[in-house]
Design a protein around this ligand. Structure first.
Ligand code: S3P
Length: 176
């Protein structure tokens, strides 16, 4: 990966911010390896995320998520898409910073709602009023994304390819 100043790239941001799709494009462009912490958690637990939340609860999910993140430390050349709630565990902020260049993929509340309401695989939004749950989570988490990020990209009106291009460009600039 031609980014000498940072060992890896980590993408943080709310559900529906495009972390996995954009991460794959960045990995292709930089020649890095794409990994997705949600996928690593599923592999570890042996079942899908909705099932993990339903049968073992969020605390279990968070502890596995923190473990898979920590296990990536020491690697290089990774583009890591993270779950939207990874920043809610305090120790993960340090791990993300240690991992590499942290990019916050942000979007307006309306755009995020438009994206997340298209599918039902987000257990945290399985509530009576998912729109209000989303608003509350966004309000709590935005300062956490902000605190850990080296770069924020507002993806509201951008394609995944445009977002990936911006991230690669900013990384090159930051690596100088
Ligand atoms: C979560 C986001 C999900 C997944 C889990 C919890 C969250 O990942 O980790 O459902 O707390 O916001 P995505 O952000 O990839 O949807």
């Amino acid at each position: 990966m031609n980014t000498p100043a940072y060992a890896n790239v980590a993408l943080v941001g709310f559900m529906g911010s495009g972390k996995s799709s954009v991460g794959r494009l960045i990995a292709r462009s930089l020649g890095g390896r794409f990994v997705d912490t949600d996928r690593l958690v599923v592999d570890h637990a042996g079942c899908e995320i909705t099932e993990i939340f339903a049968t073992r609860g969020e605390a279990y999910f968070r502890s596995v998520e923190s473990g898979v993140l920590r296990a990536l430390l020491g690697e290089a050349g990774l583009v890591v898409a993270t779950g939207g709630g990874i920043v809610t565990v305090a120790e993960n902020a340090g791990a993300l910073t240690e991992l590499g260049y942290v990019v916050w993929l942000d979007a307006s509340e309306e755009v995020i709602w438009e994206r997340v309401s298209r599918n039902s695989n987000r257990p945290l939004l399985h509530t009576e009023n998912p729109r209000e749950t989303m608003r509350r989570l966004l309000e709590a988490r935005n300062p956490m994304y902000q605190a850990v990020a080296n770069l924020r990209v507002d993806t509201s009106t951008l394609t995944h390819a445009e977002v990936a291009e911006i991230v690669c460009r900013e990384m090159r600039a930051a690596g100088k």
